[in-house]
Write a protein that binds this ligand. Structure first.
Ligand code: MN
Length: 273
């Protein structure tokens, strides 16, 4: 957004970890972001709806409806929207290949950017088991790595059928503050490895609520971040360049410096309403 509040047009937008249905979801900021950002394709990279939170207690304020409506309206107007479920909205994993309201559901995707570079798009929770048992798996080798991922997928499906909650990486990492940085590094490494196995140039994922664009041994690792704290998204320009947008900071800067005082005051009143 510029000081005058112009809409920016992109080829693709990538958003994840909105956690609609959790009190932490920053729906007003996301709505605002969606208002000022258009794209030909929008990838929802998982954990958009927090199904587990909703199962425990129903929390669905108007803001959640507004976000869903905004996305459906974009789809109606011709934006291609692809929803890649995460662990918090894994109920959608039972419906790969289906459409609802013009939104496609897919387990993962391989997507070609405007510059021809190919990216693997996935949420990333299937690698939790590898990150948690990194040392053991490194010791046991490749077969154990593949087996661990396969077992994790099966266990998650069984837990889902039994109505048991998914084990949460971010909650777990928060408890292990001292090692959290190592876990993020390990997660990034295994996801980059998966991209390499798929013979693509990069990977775009979410899950760990840590937005970044970096090179990991020749693989472009991109994480979309989240809309519970940092309010970040990844945007692909029409030439294939990727940009990490931290909307929370853009908004804060715009409100502090760019907007004339009456407009800023009006914006505040509107938010309060
Ligand atoms: Mn997740």
């Amino acid at each position: 957004m510029t000081a005058t509040g112009e809409t920016r047009n992109f080829r693709t937008l990538f958003i994840s970890d909105v956690h609609l249905g959790s009190k932490a979801a920053r729906t007003e900021l996301l709505l605002d972001f969606l208002k000022y950002h258009e794209a030909e394709t929008v990838f929802l990279v998982g954990d958009i709806v927090d199904g587990w939170r909703l199962k425990r207690s129903w929390f669905w304020p108007q803001g959640c409806n507004d976000v869903v409506q905004k996305l459906l309206r974009k789809a109606r107007k011709g934006t291609r929207i692809v929803y890649i479920p995460g662990n918090h909205d894994e109920f959608l994993r039972d419906f790969p290949g289906t459409h609802f309201g013009g939104i496609e559901v897919a387990d993962r995707a391989i997507y070609e950017m405007a510059d021809g570079k190919k990216y693997l798009i996935l949420h990333g929770d299937e690698f939790d088991v590898v990150v948690r048992n990194a040392r053991l798996l490194a010791y046991l080798g490749d077969w154990a790595y593949d087996a661990a991922i396969a077992i994790n997928v099966v266990l998650a499906a069984i837990r889902r059928r039994l109505g048991m909650p998914y084990w949460s990486f971010s909650a777990w990492a928060k408890l292990q503050v001292k090692h959290a940085v190592n876990f993020i590094g390990e997660f990034q490494k295994v996801v980059a490895d998966e991209a390499r196995r798929n013979k693509v140039d990069g990977v775009i994922c979410g899950h760990i609520h840590h937005a970044v664009m970096t090179d990991i041994e020749g693989i472009h690792y991109v994480n979309t971040g989240d809309w519970v704290e940092s309010c970040t998204a990844i945007a692909e320009h029409h030439d294939g360049t990727l940009e990490l947008i931290t909307w929370r900071d853009v908004k804060a800067t715009a409100e502090l410096h760019a907007l004339p005082a009456p407009t800023a005051a009006k914006a505040k009143n509107m938010q309060a309403a």
